[in-house]
Design a protein around this ligand. Structure first.
Ligand SMILES: Nc1nc2c(c(=O)[nH]1)N[C@H]1C(S)=C(S)[C@@H](COP(=O)(O)O)O[C@H]1N2
Ligand SMILES: [Mo]
Length: 517
């Protein structure tokens, strides 16, 4: 009998731990959402984990969860917290204060991490402290009702015991409900900070002084299943380390250009808008994009050439790199040459005719043709430091990726889809090819290791964009392997040698299997 009660009380203690944790997490998140959005305990811990995670873990997360990698991370944190909270509940029942110490330690860790994050303020520790304090109070209050002493003190009849347990359940349930409601409210409050979205929507972009030519008529082959040559903003891949998307008000935004320059420069949003704007089509690709992958997209960007700003600041002769910094601490190392050699490297404010979407860097980001995003496409950019590769390292460089990231020649088969069953007879094979700022001269396709056949290239928008290609195929019954390879404008043929994305981009031929029936 006593044993049974003990076991049941063990479960109840674990439940109390969970409820106390929900209560604390809810109040902590709510206080953050209302007063210090950037100091949300979940966000700071998640952000720190992202920054600390080795590259293979990041690759694995992208491979497993794709763009749900961030949701998966938050769920992971919640599960770990739940296990710790349940344990704290059990220990607190055995010994008053034991569970509270564990909860307090978690709070201290959260507060310490919050203080070390980029942009931390004097009170960034506070939401974690609120969370821990609330959880400790709830835990102690709930567990006290389970403690053997209090049970012995109660009259040894079942009715009193029943009432006690019922009260315990009510209070535990109440703590859990308050916690969950607070978490939901925190999310809603956070959503309200989408006021930045409202600011964005109300913005009118300036007219380009040098507009891009219309997309050439022959750029789009109109093959069903083939990626469109201009990627709509809502379909554009998103890669960044930001667990909470930075909400930067244009009025608060400025860009500081400093380092090895003759004169420091600070540009405000209004000053930027007053500068001549240029429109240009650039295909952006992620270095993590595997052969055949989809972490690539093409957009029409509107912005001011970065070389003009660098010229105004006056760059030292021995500088060879620009370290750009985002408001959230992300950094990228861009070879100075790529910003000054005349290519369309932009400080961009527009994407496909709209202000930059918030997830794509609103209000201002960099776009540099010919380089992978991690060394060039800093979103929410606020600083350009002119420096040298032997003096500074960027975010991914310190994590084992190459300091410079020129884009490799690549091609991809979109149609038919890998593993698809298709009907025999006349059909079409189609895909995309790219090597930004070099350009693609041709694509070849072969089936079942046979002879290479030239594909028809669509009209390229420019050397800075990807290009579609297609080739007719009379599919015969059976299973077939299709491969493609591109030839660049420099006459280079895409290498067959396979390489994984790390450290400087994937390479090798895209090969798919289809069965024809
Ligand atoms: N602030 C910030 N900018 C960033 C990143 C980031 O993590 N933080 N990731 C870079 C990487 S790795 C890529 S591939 C591109 C992706 O840009 P997109 O999300 O607009 O497609 O942004 C770059 N700019
Ligand atoms: Mo990337």
């Amino acid at each position: 009998m006593t044993q049974g009660i003990a076991r049941r009380d063990g479960y109840r203690a674990a439940a109390a731990g969970l409820a106390a944790a929900a209560f604390g997490a809810g109040l902590g998140e709510l206080s953050a959402a209302l007063f210090l959005p950037a100091a949300s305990p979940f966000a700071v811990v998640g952000g720190a984990l992202i920054d600390l995670a080795p590259s293979w873990a990041k690759d694995l997360a992208i491979a497993l969860f794709d763009t749900f990698d961030k949701a998966a991370l938050l769920i992971g944190i919640a599960v770990v917290l739940a296990v710790i909270a349940a344990t704290a509940g059990v220990l607190e029942r055995r010994r008053a204060g034991a569970g509270a110490v564990i909860v307090g330690a978690i709070g201290v860790v959260g507060a310490a991490i919050a203080m070390t994050r980029t942009g931390a303020g004097a009170f960034s520790w506070a939401p974690s402290a609120v969370a821990a304090a609330a959880a400790i109070v709830a835990l102690r209050m709930l567990i006290r009702r389970l403690r053997p002493e209090s049970r012995l003190a109660a009259p040894a009849n079942g009715t009193a015991d029943e009432i006690d347990r019922r009260r315990f359940l009510i209070w535990t349930g109440a703590a859990a409900v308050v916690g969950v409601v607070a978490l939901v409210a925190a999310n809603v409050a956070h959503g309200a900070s989408r006021s930045i979205e409202a600011v964005r929507k109300a913005l009118r972009l300036p007219v380009a002084q040098s507009p891009a030519a219309p997309i050439p008529a022959g750029a789009e082959l109109d093959v069903p299943g083939l990626a469109p040559v201009v990627t709509p903003n809502h379909d554009f891949y998103r890669i960044d380390t930001a667990l909470v998307v930075p909400q930067v008000h244009p009025a608060d935004w400025s860009l500081r250009i400093h380092g090895m320059v003759d004169r420091e420069l600070v540009i405000t949003w209004d000053e930027l808008l007053a500068l001549p704007m240029q429109e240009t089509d650039v295909t952006l690709a992620c270095v993590s994009n595997d052969v055949g992958g989809s972490l690539i997209g093409n957009a029409r960007w509107l912005g001011h050439p970065i070389r003009e700003l660098l010229a105004r600041a006056g760059v030292a002769d021995d500088a060879d790199m620009v370290l750009s910094t985002s408001v959230d601490g992300f950094t990228a190392s861009t070879p100075l040459e790529a910003l000054t050699d005349g290519r369309d490297a932009l400080l961009a404010i527009g994407m496909n005719g709209e202000p930059l979407p918030v997830v794509h860097g609103f209000p201002v980001r960099m776009v540099v043709p010919g380089l992978y995003g991690y060394v060039s496409a800093t979103k929410w950019v606020t600083q350009l430091e002119v420096t040298r590769f032997d003096r500074a390292d960027a975010y991914w460089t310190t994590r084992g990726w190459s300091a410079r990231g020129p884009i490799k020649l690549q091609s991809r088969i979109d149609v038919p889809r890998e593993g698809r069953r298709i009907d025999r007879g006349d059909t079409v094979i189609a895909g995309m090819a790219w090597q930004q700022h070099v350009g693609v001269d041709g694509v070849e396709v072969r089936i079942d290791g046979g002879p290479w056949r030239p594909a028809t290239l669509a009209t390229a928008i420019s050397d800075d964009t990807w290009v579609q290609w297609s080739v007719p195929w009379t599919a015969e019954i059976g299973s077939h392997e299709i491969e493609c390879r591109a030839v660049s404008s420099k006459g280079e043929t895409q290498t067959q040698d396979r390489a994984a994305p790390a450290p400087d981009g994937a390479q090798g031929w895209h090969r798919i299997s289809v069965s024809v029936a």
